[in-house]
Design a protein. Structure first.
Length: 227
């Protein structure tokens, strides 16, 4: 599905509005870990269900789906069975992103009599603009900028971290070298400080770089094998 271009700032604004709507509807001041399941059900008045998409050959790479007319969000139950809390929460937030950003465009892209108008999230289409937008939304929803910056300041101070070493020069129980090799420790420190317990280290490190709180000054890209 083709969707209009959106700036990151526009996507972040939509994520903030979803959180504000949840606050108003529930009377609960939202804070990490962001309750994505409750946001789906009480914040947006949608139904949440879990499906074994892997049973269907044509849907084996589907992590989640949003059925617009049915007001239904479906998550691949394998994410529950594998105890992948970070990936599960991110997928829920990703589907919220589709609902907030894209539900109005579904009617222009065909109609399936059995399933109704829907958005399928396939791993094979992860780089498509619609999926990038939903991923960006999920990051903003699960890790609100103000809350991430507060946790970062409490942990590392006011200045951003510049990774100038690839491998760690030192590591110990009290401190560590914020190197490329130690990216999991950087992310974990912010997760613990900000109570982002349903966020993966990989997602947090991407968010820290996106907010320019962490800058990689080396020629070695940050890999996710250790995350």
């Amino acid at each position: 599905m083709r969707v209009p271009f959106l700036q990151k700032s526009e996507i972040a604004k939509e994520a903030r509005e979803v959180l504000e709507t949840y606050n108003v509807r529930t009377g609960i001041k939202v804070k990490p870990p962001i309750p994505v399941e409750d946001i789906i059900e009480r914040g947006l008045d949608l139904r949440l269900d879990f499906i074994d998409f892997d049973r269907y050959p044509a849907m084996s790479d589907v992590l989640g789906a949003t059925y617009v007319e049915k007001r239904l969000v479906c998550i691949n139950q394998a994410l529950l069975e594998d105890h992948l809390e970070g990936r599960f929460s991110f997928t829920c937030a990703h589907e919220i992103g589709h609902w907030a950003l894209h539900r109005h465009y579904v009617a222009c892209h065909g109609f399936q009599p059995k399933e109704g108008r829907r958005i399928l999230c396939r791993t094979s289409q992860a780089k498509a603009p619609i999926e990038w937008q939903a991923d960006t939304f999920a990051s903003c929803l699960l890790m609100p900028e103000e809350m991430v910056r507060k946790a970062f300041k409490q942990t590392f101070g006011s200045s951003s971290i510049e990774l100038v070493n690839v491998e760690s020069s030192y590591a110990g129980p009290l401190c560590f070298d914020p190197s490329v090799a130690n990216w999991p420790l950087i992310a974990e420190s912010i997760i613990e400080s900000g109570l982002f317990r349903n966020v993966s280290k990989q997602a947090m490190m991407i968010r820290l770089q996106d907010l320019q709180l962490v800058r990689n000054a080396t020629s070695r890209p940050i890999g996710w094998a250790r995350g």
